[in-house]
Design a protein around this ligand. Structure first.
Ligand code: FIX
Ligand code: ZN
Length: 416
């Protein structure tokens, strides 16, 4: 049906966004067969590392005292400091409230005990179904690390395929910690040594191949520091060149580059102590130019890197930009980045991923992002109609499906 005016546009867009089945291209969630690896519930929501960082900004508690508390004790002090003693205005605080509200809990009561009681009564399997329904998720990508001693045994024994949770093979230990990776690879039965001899290269390739196949991994991913360079005469550079790129090419798996994280800037905060640094776009351009048969996905952590990332994606069809990662996953910046991307790249982008660690978080992350992306799309389609272009509701739906997962699937499927 032809969209005749502004009101019809708003109605059609709202419907399309409400009904779209989302593919969340990067999360830290796990399929239910991974059992306790999947965290969920109010204590996990309150102890999300985003909130731990915010807690320490206002608390005088020594770091070690906090880490000694049981999870519920940590959640108690965070609730008190960030929700009771001041208004929960930050995006991460607001997220907890959105989740509670959408699950039907009364946030006006501020009753932490009641929220705990509610989650205590849920069964994980059913809760997954509810959370997927509420957030509009069709499927999501996990972050799967064969070096993880809790995760690996599940893949080896006990994994049950679940189409809602797809695998992404995470390779940080190999790319960023080769020295420590070598003895582990040997334990796993791969004949490797510290130098990158032909035998070591072949065996490490075999490791990646075997794990990608076992997991049915759809892409390979890594988080990189802002100093990431390519090409580079370093162990990381050589492992990337000799092992990772050839295997990705051979298996037709994109390599997802998440660039800009400075790990443990404040070690006392543990996982909450990572920060952002400005990266260079040249290594990404070099990767794309020198490896035209490799696919790359790209998300960057610094706000100041977003424009250059869009320009790079204009130049290379083997590059797909995705998501607003971590410190740029805030409404004001999502709006800015989404506008920038649409203006430079048109609709062939994946504007958002959730990065959810706690199952329930997808409810708020997608609720908030859909609103912001919806507002930007309304503005862009209004401009389009203003130019005299005639738009059909079917075309609008096609585009919305692309934004929320279709474009990513098309990138996975495309041949270079
Ligand atoms: O490297 C990553 O995948 C990051 O997203 C995480 O390490 C980070 O802790 C996070 O959860 C950000 O949202
Ligand atoms: Zn992540």
């Amino acid at each position: 049906m032809r969209i005749a005016n502004a009101k019809a546009l708003k109605g059609a867009l709202d419907r399309a966004i409400r009904e779209v089945g989302i593919t969340d291209v990067h999360t830290h969630l796990y399929a239910p067969c991974f059992r306790e690896l999947q965290c969920w519930g109010i204590d996990e929501l309150l102890t999300y590392h985003y909130l731990i960082a915010e807690f320490f900004r206002v608390s005088e508690m020594p770091y070690d005292d906090f880490w000694k508390l049981p999870k519920s004790g940590q959640a108690d002090v965070i609730w008190k400091a960030l929700f009771m003693e001041r208004s929960p205005l930050s995006e991460a605080c607001r997220g907890v409230l959105t989740v509670l509200d959408r699950l039907g809990l009364d946030v006006r009561k501020r009753d932490l005990a009641a929220y705990r009681k509610h989650f205590g009564k849920q069964k994980l399997e059913k809760h997954v179904v509810r959370v997927f329904e509420l957030s509009g998720l069709r499927d999501c990508y996990m972050t799967n690390d064969p070096f993880d001693d809790l995760e690996r045994p599940v893949w080896e024994n006990g994994y049950r395929k679940d189409e809602r949770f797809k695998a992404a093979l995470r390779i940080d230990p190999i790319l960023l910690g080769w020295e420590n990776a070598v003895p582990r690879l040997r334990q796993f039965g791969y004949d490797v040594g510290p130098g990158l001899s032909d035998r070591t290269v072949e065996e490490t390739r075999r490791f990646l191949r075997e794990w990608a196949r076992r997991m049915e991994g759809r892409y390979v991913g890594v988080s990189l520091p802002p100093t990431f360079d390519y090409p580079e005469d370093s162990v990381t550079g050589r492992v990337l060149e000799k092992v990772v790129l050839p295997v990705c090419r051979e298996l037709d798996l994109p390599l997802a580059l998440m660039i800009g994280v400075k790990r443990r800037v404040n070690p006392g905060l543990r996982m909450a102590g990572d920060a952002v640094g400005l990266a260079r776009i040249e290594p990404v351009e070099e990767l794309c130019a020198r490896n035209p048969k490799n696919k790359f996905m790209l998300t960057m952590l610094a706000r100041e890197n977003q424009h250059a990332a869009c320009v790079a994606a204009r130049k290379f069809r083997n590059l797909h930009v995705f998501g607003c990662w971590w410190f740029v996953n805030n409404p004001s910046i999502i709006a800015e980045i989404t506008r920038e991307r649409i203006e430079l790249l048109g609709p062939a982008i994946t504007p958002q991923h959730s990065d959810a660690r706690v199952l329930d978080q997808v409810v708020y992350k997608w609720d908030h992002s859909k609103k912001v992306i919806g507002d930007v799309l309304l503005e862009k389609y209004t401009d389009l109609l203003g130019s005299g272009w005639a738009l059909d509701e079917k075309e609008l739906r096609r585009d919305v499906e692309g934004f929320f997962g279709g474009n990513f699937r098309a990138f996975l499927a495309r041949s270079l």
